[in-house]
Design a protein around this ligand. Structure first.
Ligand code: MG
Ligand code: MG
Length: 635
């Protein structure tokens, strides 16, 4: 795919934008007139800057209110066009985007518009330039790509073609099969944008809420498939108007944009015969979580290990060459890394104790790694001792790591190859450490990220791994709103909840601001008998998060629970939720450090994450943290 992005899509000054766009790997850039008016250099300077960075200027835009002007305004409109042509020649681009007329003065009529475009095509041809016509969703007479195409067809000029924009067509729910019959040489460029489904004025929606393909809810893939079916193999250009992106990191937004196009092209390549898209393995099926690794030091490890033991984990193995201990229960493996060398230690030095790495078990780690790199993921390697495994790894949320392992290669046997088993531990006769608590698997991994990083990680996970997203929901923290988004696979072997915090007074915001930065804030383990697990945990000295008695009155009334069940839930501080026939039981630990905690869940045909309980859980956690944790004004 030939990739391009409009300068308006990213934040910053024009030179910074161009640099970020080139660095992200784009082939081309659309220059927005405003960007260029705000810049001190000449059009020729801008053109040189782009070319020095290896970027083609795919087009110059916008040229507004052109077609169908009454005779009194017509010649002035063509004069304006000639001035745009001058700038284009200085810039070194051969295409201008003309968007459909929104002027009150405009006259309708396809033939009149076609005649105007024919003349504009003549004038452009004299200078070796091209004119692309785009139907704005709110155009006065032309607001449908089918009408724009009819005008281009009637203009019948080699230098006049159509510009398709997914937002304009999809926001108005225009039948996209109509694109399939357009000759590919008449499609001059294709602009792409997605958007969340929001019922609002089209212009406002377009100007503020567009996002990258795959980040929103519009059928951009189907749109692009229709374009590809024409044989079109020109530029696909992102044109994203988004307030959050304009305030975000220039580089991160450009990188997301590039990833979104590579991912989109790969989806199309799997559906239709097309030259767009590069060979890469399919999205990786995640079969489970191989391990979760904490970076800490000897001193802080003591408390963390104490919590793990109270949760029923036992020390199972030690690393052959590093100070890493493996704790296990059921399928769950937790590594505690206190090695003074290496990345874990560097991560610890910056963030303090935290779960910095997750290993995902995939069908084929080599393939998953290749796909991740094809989608611009940042690879990670560090030296390993001879005979030990080099696990393929990429950078994940908060600079943490995602290791990729599989069962078909030696990678899946990392705990035998890199680790030495240890005999069952625990002081003799100490029942506290004997037996486990019935924890079986990692149920979900909850990551807290800055609100403006949520779409980045959503795209990261969904493009690399076989996952889907569920609609974003708002969780009410007593001190503000936390946005929550779930990324999960069909089988439930990978479940990630991502919480985006906007302010530091929320529990999620506090977690990020005070110590860790973005990262894993809680880990949920599954059991198939929550009450047996709760009883076992009690004998091990596990301290559950105390839940307000008022919660139980409420939950009993809400779901019509038997008082006997309510009493059992209350006695064990277990939260309860239901969706349809499904039932969910949740038990939390207290917080550790700056707000990390563990959760134990039992699912009975339940698919969600207990969102209605979050407010009670957050309130309880904050109450517990307040004495030495969150300052008083932090609610
Ligand atoms: Mg557009
Ligand atoms: Mg949870």
């Amino acid at each position: 795919m030939k990739t391009s992005i409009a300068t308006v899509s990213v934040s910053g000054e024009l030179p910074e934008k161009l640099e970020a766009i080139a660095r992200a790997g784009f082939d081309g850039v659309e220059i927005f007139e405003n960007d260029f008016l705000a810049f001190d250099g000449s059009p020729a300077d801008v053109g040189r800057m782009a070319r020095d960075l290896g970027l083609v200027i795919t087009l110059f835009q916008p040229f507004r209110d052109f077609e169908g002007m009454p005779d009194t305004l017509r010649s002035r409109t063509f004069d304006r066009a000639e001035r745009k042509f001058d700038i284009m020649q200085e810039l070194g681009t051969d295409m201008v985007l003309v968007c459909s007329n929104v002027s009150q003065a405009a006259l309708g009529g396809l033939d009149r518009a076609a005649a105007d475009f024919r003349e504009l095509g003549e004038r452009a041809a004299k200078r070796g330039l091209k004119v692309g016509y785009e139907a704005l969703a709110w155009g006065r007479y032309v607001n449908d790509h089918r009408d724009a195409w009819e005008i281009v067809r009637r203009a019948d000029h080699e230098n006049v073609g159509l510009i398709l924009d997914s937002f304009h067509s999809l926001s108005r729910k225009i039948d996209i099969t109509s694109i399939r019959s357009i000759p590919k040489e008449k499609i001059f460029i294709v602009q792409l944008a997605d958007a969340p489904l929001i019922d609002m004025d089209l212009l406002y929606w377009s100007r503020h809420f567009r996002n990258m393909p795959g980040e929103g809810d519009l059928p951009v893939t189907e749109f692009t498939e229709a374009v590809a079916s024409t044989g079109y193999d020109g530029f696909f250009s992102l044109e994203i108007f988004n307030d959050q992106f304009r305030g975000g990191s220039t580089r991160a937004i450009a990188a997301d944009g590039h990833r979104s196009l590579i991912y989109l092209a790969d989806q199309i390549r799997r559906k239709v015969e097309t030259p767009i898209g590069i060979e890469m393995p399919a999205r990786a099926e995640v079969k489970g979580v191989g391990f979760i690794e904490f970076a800490t030091d000897d001193e802080e490890a003591v408390e963390l290990v104490g919590i793990l033991q109270a949760l029923g984990f036992r020390k199972a193995a030690v690393h052959r060459s590093k100070k890493v201990t493996l704790f296990q229960q059921g399928d769950i493996r937790i590594l505690i890394n206190v090695d003074p060398e290496g990345f874990a230690n560097a991560a610890y030095a910056v963030h303090g104790t935290f779960a910095y790495a997750v290993a995902l078990v995939v069908e084929d780690a080599t393939e998953a790694y290749a796909r991740a790199l094809a989608l611009d993921a940042e690879p990670f390697t560090q030296a390993v001792v001879e005979g030990e495994l080099q696990l393929p790894a990429i950078r994940g949320v908060g600079g943490g790591l995602i290791y990729l392992i599989d069962d078909k290669s030696p990678l899946g046997r990392f705990s035998e190859i890199d680790f030495l088993p240890v005999a069952e531990e625990g002081e003799e006769g100490d029942a506290k450490h004997a037996g486990d608590a019935g924890l079986l698997h990692v149920d979900h991994i909850a990551q807290t990220v800055a609100y403006d990083e949520m779409l980045t990680w959503l795209l990261f996970y969904t493009s690399i791994f076989e996952t889907r997203k569920t609609p974003m929901i708002d969780i009410i923290d007593p001190s503000g709103v936390v946005r929550s988004q779930v990324i999960e696979n069909q089988s439930g072997t990978l479940r990630i909840t991502m919480n985006g915090a906007e302010n530091r007074r929320t529990l999620a915001g506090h977690f990020m601001a005070e110590k860790f930065g973005s990262g894993i804030q809680h880990l949920a383990f599954s059991t198939d008998d929550i009450f047996a697990t709760a009883a076992a945990l009690r004998t091990k000295g596990f301290k559950p998060l105390p839940i307000s008695p008022n919660y139980y009155d409420d939950v009993e009334a809400r779901f019509g629970l038997e008082p006997e069940l309510t009493e059992r839930l209350k006695a064990e501080n277990i939260l309860y939720d239901r969706d349809g026939e499904g039932e969910y039981f949740q038990l939390y630990s207290g917080t550790y450090g700056e707000g990390f905690f563990f959760e134990v869940v039992e699912r009975r045909a339940y698919r969600g994450y207990g969102a209605p309980n979050a407010i009670f859980r957050i309130a309880a956690l904050k109450k517990q943290m307040r004495p030495e944790g969150i300052p008083r004004d932090a609610g």
